[in-house]
Design a protein around this ligand. Structure first.
Ligand code: ZN
Length: 47
């Protein structure tokens, strides 16, 4: 069940918890299990 709180940051290329998610994409999944997204740190870095 803990998998549900993880997402894959496409910038870090790491699994992170949804608490650290800046953006979570609805369109893609990593290994089917984890939603793709962008963590808060990467979101800040792109600006
Ligand atoms: Zn990241």
């Amino acid at each position: 069940m803990e998998r549900n709180v993880l997402f894959y940051c496409v910038k870090c290329e790491q699994l992170k918890t949804l608490e650290q998610a800046g953006v979570v994409f609805r369109t893609g999944y990593f290994r089917v299990l984890y939603p793709l997204g962008c963590c808060v740190n990467c979101g800040n870095a792109t600006r």
